[in-house]
Design a protein around this ligand. Structure first.
Ligand code: ATP
Ligand code: MG
Length: 367
């Protein structure tokens, strides 16, 4: 799939622009603070309905404006799609072919994007929350059921945590109600874990091949799902449901004492291992970078497998972060198959030689 056209109104430092893109590689060149990342962010928000760099959506509206609009035309195998996202201080509205979507979980997935920025190193180096977010965002895009289960899970988790706090403070005593909330949480939680395991296994295969090819077969990359509950590998949804329920029942007292839910997918993590050693703790800077790159490139293939089409790739300032060999590998992987937007302060001659026929945009002051 590719984005053929984008219109922005009052989005960050873009007042009113309409841009046509190449289905291949689009290079956004500009000095610092001109709007390169803002443009990638707009494409990301159009796909995901939320930003990758802020959870405060007011920041996306141009200073002193009440509303921002992002419209895009996406060319998919089945035809053209018009996507429209309106952001305002009151909330957001999403339309597909002029029809307003009742739920954002229905809208997400119409256009698939993968973003890769230097901060993505934190995918390997960062806290578990970073990897959970990654897993949720990526798997949510390819599976609407995943997103649906996740939003239900979050709603019940909130209720259950509130209730655990009341129990902790002695303001409530009804353990039957806690049991009901635990069952509901276990139901959605088991679906989430099962889907994570399924997608991670597929992602691992692709990432393994990529890691091998970048490192000339010297490094074997593996993933490990680290669950807050007992062993989860190879369990069915029903078995996971049973395990989660049991875990809540066994740890009732502990959770009331702490006033919060200690078990479930919101506490899980994914580990990346190279030759059976955790990259986070033992990997060199270069290995961590290669792993992050391999995981991101693997996502491209996973999305293709799951949706039948390649996603759109957004690369924010990453070329300069990669050495020559990894740059070449990256560009070879995407060339002629993945629509790519890449930002850079300047394009080196070497990089230019690697890219076939790029469409180049010069960005200054949101224009
Ligand atoms: P760099 O090369 O440093 O990464 P960039 O071109 O990626 O730069 P962006 O992050 O896209 O820069 O744009 C930053 C500019 O956008 C800043 O000048 C900032 O003041 C402006 N900006 C950010 N948010 C808003 C907003 N809500 N309204 C208007 N302008 C904004
Ligand atoms: Mg930037």
């Amino acid at each position: 799939m590719y984005l053929s056209e984008l219109t922005l109104k009052d989005f960050r430092n873009y007042k009113d622009v309409k841009i046509s893109f190449s289905p291949q590689i689009n290079v956004l060149i500009g000095e610092n603070a001109q709007g390169k990342t803002n443009l990638l962010e707009a494409i990301y928000v159009l796909a995901m309905t939320r930003s990758h760099r802020t959870s405060n959506e007011r920041e996306l509206l141009t200073f002193k404006k009440e509303q921002a609009t992002i419209c895009g035309t996406v060319e998919r195998k089945l035809g053209k799609l018009k996507l429209e996202l309106m952001l305002s201080k009151k909330g957001k509205k999403a339309k597909v072919n002029h029809l307003e979507q009742a739920r954002l979980s229905q809208y997400i997935g119409q256009m698939n994007v993968i973003l890769f920025a230097p901060e993505d190193l934190s995918l390997v180096k960062g806290a578990p929350a970073v990897r959970r977010k990654f897993v949720n965002m990526e798997f949510g895009q390819i599976d609407p059921h995943y997103l649906h289960n996740l939003s239900q899970y979050r709603a019940i988790l909130k209720q259950r945590n509130r209730y655990l706090k009341q129990l902790q403070a002695g303001k409530a005593t009804d353990l039957v109600l806690l049991g009901v909330l635990s069952d509901q949480l276990a139901a959605f939680g088991s679906e989430i874990i099962a889907r994570r395991l399924k997608f991670l296994a597929k992602l691992e295969k692709y990432a393994q091949d990529i890691q091998k090819s970048i490192t000339c077969s010297k490094e074997e990359l593996t993933f490990e799902y680290e669950s807050s509950i007992a062993e989860v590998a190879a369990k069915t949804v029903d078995e996971l449901y049973g395990t989660l329920r049991q875990c809540f029942a066994d740890n009732n007292k502990k959770e009331i004492f702490q006033g919060t839910t200690l078990y479930g997918p919101h506490r899980d993590d994914v580990r990346f291992l190279i030759n059976a050693k955790n990259v986070q703790t033992y990997g060199s800077q270069g290995q961590q970078r290669t792993t992050a790159l391999a995981v991101k490139l693997a996502e491209i293939e996973l999305m293709k497998e799951e949706t039948g089409e390649y996603p759109i790739l957004l690369l924010d300032d990453v070329l300069s972060e990669l050495d020559g060999e990894r740059q070449t590998h990256l560009l070879k992987t995407i060339q002629n198959k993945v629509q790519t937007f890449l930002t850079t302060p300047s394009l080196s001659e070497i990089t230019r030689q690697l890219i076939d026929d790029p469409k180049i945009f010069r960005i200054a002051h949101g224009k």
